[in-house]
Ligand binder design. Structure first.
Ligand SMILES: Nc1ncnc2c1ncn2[C@@H]1O[C@H](COP(=O)(O)OS(=O)(=O)O)[C@@H](OP(=O)(O)O)[C@H]1O
Length: 270
């Protein structure tokens, strides 16, 4: 799963992975940056295929970190702690990685090295709003925030176009808005695309629970949270001022990516 920060990737990852999956949640954190330790070298697009291939040659340091993160995110449900055992557990399962750090686009070598790629897309206005809500962008700097978000989206769009990805059977675009409003239909399509046939009844149940008003994937233990996926998808409309929306839409790359993905522009530039 490749996408930008705050596009609903935790939700999609949780829906695509299951108890028999080896799940890498944000594995490029292993490369360092932000508040994370650096244990691997190289780039995100080189690391992810090697992790998905359970490459022991990445070294004990990396696999030990994967095991450590198991308690939180990485290698979820592995159970093992020793590097060799983690590699074995990885190799015994289907692997899923959710990655938000492919900022420079989707290189062909990466796409060829992994079995399947799901590209998750969310309305950039909602992504910017989500970043403002999460204190990752300041209200005063909406234009800078939009530039960052849309630059990354545009880089992926450009590769999608240049490499003809939409006609590749191993590549699929998922829209966050559709995922939260028609979860069962979307996941059914993804399941068939993965060669697993129709979505099973328990998976369907699980999916609907994730996006209905009684669950919240980001809810902290002990807190009571309510979520309505459709309302989450739409709330940027209430939370961003018209001026902020216009600022995002005025960013050339945002306008282009919105057109490409059929998001309706509200304030047309004069
Ligand atoms: N269950 C469910 N239903 C609907 N929406 C959900 C769900 N779980 C997470 N989310 C929303 O996803 C947004 C966070 O995206 P990410 O998980 O990609 O964030 S992160 O990059 O991993 O921090 C963030 O969006 P905003 O609410 O707009 O900030 C989450 O609310």
């Amino acid at each position: 799963i490749v996408t930008e920060f705050r596009s609903g990737s935790t939700l999609l990852g949780g829906l695509v992975a299951n108890a028999s999956t080896f799940y890498f949640f944000e594995p490029c954190r292993l490369l360092g940056g932000d508040h994370n330790r650096k244990v691997a070298s190289g780039s995100c697009d080189a690391l992810v295929p090697r992790l998905l291939a359970c490459d022991a040659a990445l070294g004990d340091k990396v696999w030990r970190e994967v095991a450590t993160k198991d308690r939180g995110f990485l290698g979820h449900r592995v159970g093992a702690t020793k590097p060799a055992a983690v590699v074995t557990a990885c190799a015994a399962r289907e692997r899923v990685a959710k990655v938000t750090r492919m900022d420079a686009g989707l290189p062909k070598a990466f796409l060829d090295a992994v079995d399947r790629t799901l590209r998750l897309v969310r309305d950039p206005r909602a992504v910017v709003n989500s970043r403002v809500r999460g204190h990752m962008c300041s209200n005063k700097k909406i234009s800078a925030c939009a530039r960052t978000v849309c630059k990354r989206m545009a880089a992926k769009d450009a590769d999608e176009e240049r490499l003809g990805l939409l006609s590749r059977g191993d590549y699929r675009v998922v829209y966050y808005e559709r995922l939260v409003t028609a979860a069962a239909v979307e996941l059914d399509g993804i399941s068939r695309w993965r060669g697993r046939g129709k979505l099973g009844v328990p998976e369907r149940h699980h999916a609907l629970r994730q996006v209905n008003d009684k669950s919240d994937a980001e809810c902290k233990p002990g807190r009571s949270c309510r979520r309505d996926g459709a309302a989450v998808a739409a709330r940027w409309r209430e939370e961003l001022s018209p001026a902020d929306v216009a600022t995002i839409e005025a960013d050339e790359r945002c306008a282009r990516t919105m057109r490409r993905h059929n998001y309706t522009v509200l304030y047309l530039a004069s």
